[in-house]
Design a protein around this ligand. Structure first.
Ligand code: IMP
Length: 207
């Protein structure tokens, strides 16, 4: 059995999240910090799934390990799904969260409350060194409000209101966001794939 999984990211928060998720499975999570020579291709896909696959495939091929990669963003109905895969660079290549949020509010200025529906999407791809892959997606629905609320989280969190929770992503306690977020849902699904393919082959003692 293969017990090492490469997470194709340099984001420590994502590494911690995945380690916590796989705690107790016997799978060791390593990341690109341990492979400084690996360069990931540009995120040139048109969907979150394509981008996750591009990164996971490249990381698996370059390392010879099973690899996992994710891509995520916000889709706004009234904008035909934008910013979508361009979420991080909505207002320009090196855009800050504040600039992206300001542009989103500007684009939605004339959109009435009932047409401000949006969802966060997370696609997570798991690839074998030989190239076989599986992709899972998680979603979280809500609406874009007219002014930021809350100081937690990152990205579009202060503008993303969840009616079921009665608050924005930025107002949710971290523990709650990690239970219900788009990323949590995608990771929950892929966990089974990871355990099936890389998990422990130690047969528990039977009576
Ligand atoms: P990445 O997939 O981590 O690269 O995220 C792409 C972009 O999507 C981020 O820069 C954010 O703008 C947005 N995004 C993804 N997930 C979240 C989230 O949980 N909250 C707020 N923004 C997010």
């Amino acid at each position: 059995m293969h017990r090492r999984l490469l997470l194709a990211t340099r984001n420590n928060g994502k590494v911690r999240e995945l380690r916590a998720l796989l705690d107790g499975t016997g799978i060791e999570v390593t990341c690109l910090a341990d492979f400084p020579d690996i360069r990931l291709p540009d995120e040139s896909g048109e969907t979150f799934a394509e981008n996750a696959l591009i990164k996971a495939r490249a990381a698996a091929a370059a390392s010879g390990l099973w690899a996992l990669a994710d891509d995520s963003g916000l889709e706004v109905e009234a904008l035909g799904g934008a910013p979508g895969v361009r979420s991080a660079r909505f207002s320009g290549e090196d855009a800050t969260d504040g600039e992206n949020n300001a542009l989103l509010l500007e684009r939605l200025a004339d959109v009435p409350d009932e047409r401000r529906g949006a969802r966060f999407v997370s696609a997570v791809a798991l690839c074998a060194p030989g190239g076989d892959c599986v992709v899972r997606e998680g979603y979280c629905g809500g609406a874009v409000i007219r002014a930021p609320h809350g100081s937690g989280g990152f990205g579009y969190d202060p503008l993303f209101y969840m009616p079921g929770e009665g608050m924005t992503y930025a107002e949710l306690p971290v523990t709650r966001k990690n239970e219900i977020s788009h990323r949590a849902r995608a990771l929950f699904l892929i966990k089974q794939d990871i355990v099936d393919r890389l998990g422990s082959d130690d047969t528990p003692c039977s009576e």
